[in-house]
Ligand binder design. Structure first.
Ligand code: SF4
Ligand code: SF4
Length: 436
């Protein structure tokens, strides 16, 4: 594996501000599809009273996690939400009563072994909070006859510009992260624990190193180079353990479980309180935002409410993205709700051509000049320019030979390309082509 990576301007202007709670909105829309698994069935109906922490959606499928109400109030209806995947999922619409009453029976789960730990993690509604949304209990419930897992990697790289939610998690919720690590070590038996943090977060590295010395000296806090995409799963596994996750394999194939640091912090909190996943730290930033901040937001609040809370200039709004500018997704409807997988909302101005930020400049595509920069930038050694040609010819065999399945959609190739070719985007289309 060749781990060149690219340097980005970080713009992490919310890194040193304490997270603030979002006001409880008048209404929330809670989506029934919030993880990379099956959608939930709705468990409530119009007119029902609901309480904070109440399960309002679940699925009989293993590859799914339940959904809980983030507010107390009354269900006003069941609506539909068009997701970026093109799929439509149901939403529970709730009018809040402002009281935030918690449902009875919220208490720490009773856990005695790996199976009951996985059950508890599923019941909590936990999925990867870094953005992937993979159900955490599925990751923890690996087949131990097939995989021999000995290492836990806590991904705290947070390598995308603007994003600081994981950074603040390490500063504000250090103890819970170590509680989460203790539970995972106990029930999964992972002897080695690495926490990988980019070296542009010295305060987080210091705090986590001190906590490791106090709580568990076997936990290794590692300062990683601030190079994108340091937080990509295969990249961080290699940089922390030296183990290579090959094409078509997962980290468990090389004995590693990877979880995001905020996911780990949530597990620590859940094991202490039993409160399921009903809120999320979201970075609200970008040039159109007047007061960039990290907001602890109830799941289901709209993007628009969070932008207004952060004094966004709605008149000058050009582009709104969930996630970072490299891998984030455009938001087309600001009334859409925040889900568990959202880590940030970036509001970028309309005057893109005048912006110095190349990440948001308009693209004027020209012919490939064969400079090779995309190949140098690719962290997994792909040839994006050749992949683009193969995709344009719909040459499936060549796409397979060029190993398009290894593309992690990091966007580095598109970012460095002087001809502004849509390289990363075409790789996503190419992977979809191979699936059909
Ligand atoms: S988007 Fe894919 S091809 Fe482009 S640099 Fe990233 S991994 Fe390589
Ligand atoms: S970076 Fe762009 S211009 Fe250069 S080789 Fe790749 S596709 Fe061609």
């Amino acid at each position: 594996m060749r781990l060149s990576g690219i340097r980005l301007e970080h713009k992490k202007n919310t890194a040193s501000s304490q997270s603030v709670p979002a006001p409880i909105p008048k209404t929330v829309r809670i989506a029934m599809q919030q993880c990379a698994g099956a959608a939930c069935d709705v468990l409530v109906q119009k007119g029902d009273k609901v309480l904070v922490g109440q399960k309002i959606g679940d699925s009989g499928k293993y590859m799914s996690v339940p959904v809980h109400s983030s507010v107390s109030g009354t269900v006003t209806g069941i609506s539909e939400l068009l997701q970026v995947s093109g799929r439509v999922c149901k939403c529970v619409d709730i009018e809040t009563d402002g009281e935030q009453k918690v449902i009875g029976g919220i208490e720490p789960p009773v856990v005695s072994d790996r199976e009951s730990f996985c059950d508890a993690v599923r019941n909590s509604g936990c999925c990867g909070l870094g953005g992937a949304g993979f159900p955490t209990h599925v990751k923890f419930g690996y087949d131990d006859k097939k995989f021999s897992v000995d290492t836990l990697v806590i991904n705290a790289a947070e390598c995308e510009p603007y994003l600081t939610g994981d950074h603040r998690e390490m500063i504000e919720n250090t103890d819970s992260i170590f509680d989460g690590i203790a539970s995972i070590k106990k029930y999964l038996g992972t002897e080695n624990v690495f926490i990988g943090i980019e070296n542009n977060k010295p305060d987080a590295i210091e705090k986590m190193t001190k906590a490791a010395a106090e709580r568990d000296s076997s936990v290794k806090v590692v300062a990683l180079k601030a190079k994108y995409p340091q937080g990509a799963e295969k990249v961080i596994v290699y940089n922390l353990t030296g183990r290579v996750v090959r094409e078509g394999k997962i980290p468990a194939d090389v004995g590693v479980i990877v979880i995001n640091v905020s996911t780990c912090g949530f597990i620590g909190d859940y094991m202490k309180t039993g409160m399921p996943l009903v809120k999320k730290r979201i970075t609200v930033s970008g040039e159109s935002v007047g007061t960039p901040c990290n907001v602890i937001a109830p799941i289901g609040i709209s993007f628009e409410e969070l932008l207004r809370f952060a004094d966004c200039d709605m008149d000058k709004l050009g582009k709104v993205i969930t996630g970072g500018p490299m891998m984030g997704i455009d938001i087309f409807d600001l009334t859409d709700p925040v889900c568990k997988t959202h880590s940030a909302i970036l509001a970028l101005p309309r005057e893109k051509k005048e912006s110095k930020n190349v990440l948001i400049s308009y693209k004027t595509q020209t012919n490939c000049i064969r400079c090779g920069r995309c190949i140098q930038a690719c962290p997994v050694g792909l040839m994006p320019t050749e992949l683009e040609k193969a995709f344009d010819r719909k040459d499936r065999d060549m796409l397979k030979r060029l190993k398009v399945s290894l593309c992690m959609n990091c966007g580095s190739c598109s970012y460095v390309c002087p001809a502004k070719r849509d390289l990363a985007e075409k790789n996503q289309l190419a992977k979809a082509l191979l699936r059909t």
